[in-house]
Design a protein around this ligand. Structure first.
Ligand code: CA
Length: 269
């Protein structure tokens, strides 16, 4: 499967700093969005550490960077492929490093970051995440959220205490229940997707999803056959809708034949 990819981050309209970070590495076929939190500049440190440590780990364990015999971190889950175990290992390694950094420097105490990561291996995509950054799959004319937010409201929706609409208006909407850097070991959600010709994968921070509905994400991504311009268009819409938080988007367009992308675009004209 061939692909086109792009990523973009913007601090939004009302924040002074951008605490999000991302990685779009076409050689490694690795895509990451991380949304940092913590006082002063600590959130930015945590999200940057996450992106750099995961990327370095994947590079060292790939044919491109090292011999591929890098040890797995936190064990090997046989239910999943080697690629999925690699991405989970990279996230666990980043978690440990951010936790240790936050314990060793008082400026960084309490810092943490979400992570949403995807590693492409042929027509399979391994995804892993912690926190409320999301990964969506856009297939033909539907959008499917592949990740479950690790947040208080998401858990309340799952247990039937809140409706999805009530959750969107909740004051505690931003409080997440899982973040890298807050405990020495953590659970990582892992999933594997079989991709099809024309699929599009969206990774994003909550600065996009709190400002732009899933349907608008779908129509905006589907209307462009160029992922870089679609990233820019999504950020523009988030800012027009208020831009209350940092906004980060990474897009991967899968295809066997480039003309297929144009055909999909024409459907949405
Ligand atoms: Ca955010």
């Amino acid at each position: 499967m061939k692909f086109l990819s792009a990523g973009k981050s913007d601090k939004g309209v009302s924040r002074q700093n951008n605490e999000d970070n991302f990685c779009v590495d076409e050689d490694l076929r690795l895509f990451i969005v991380a949304d940092g939190m913590g006082g002063a500049a600590a959130g930015e440190v945590a999200s940057r550490m996450a992106v750099e440590i995961i990327r370095d780990y994947i590079k060292r364990s790939s044919a491109l960077g090292g011999a591929g015999n890098e040890p797995f971190v936190g064990g090997y889950d046989k239910k999943f492929s080697e690629a999925s175990n690699r991405i989970a290992s990279g996230i666990r390694l980043a978690n440990q490093a951010i936790y240790e950094a936050s314990q060793s420097n008082v400026k960084w105490r309490g810092m943490g970051t979400t992570v949403a990561a995807a590693l492409l291996d042929g027509s399979k995509m391994s995804i892993a995440h912690a926190g409320d950054s999301r990964i969506y799959l856009i297939r033909t004319s539907s959008i499917i959220q592949l990740t479950d937010d690790h947040s208080i409201v998401s858990e309340q929706v799952k247990s039937g205490l809140l409706t999805k609409e009530e959750a969107e208006g909740s004051e505690v909407r931003n409080i997440i229940t899982r973040a890298l850097g807050t405990t020495l070991s953590m659970d990582i959600d892992i999933d594997e997707i079989d991709l099809m010709d024309g699929d599009r994968v969206v990774l994003c921070s909550d600065g996009l999803t709190t400002m732009v509905s899933d349907n608008v994400i779908l129509s905006t991504v589907a209307a462009s056959d160029e992922p870089g311009s679609a990233c820019g268009a999504l950020i523009d819409i988030a800012n027009k809708n208020g831009g209350k938080d940092n906004i980060t988007v990474a897009l991967v367009y899968l295809f066997e034949d480039r003309t297929f992308l144009k055909k999909i675009k024409n459907l949405f004209r």
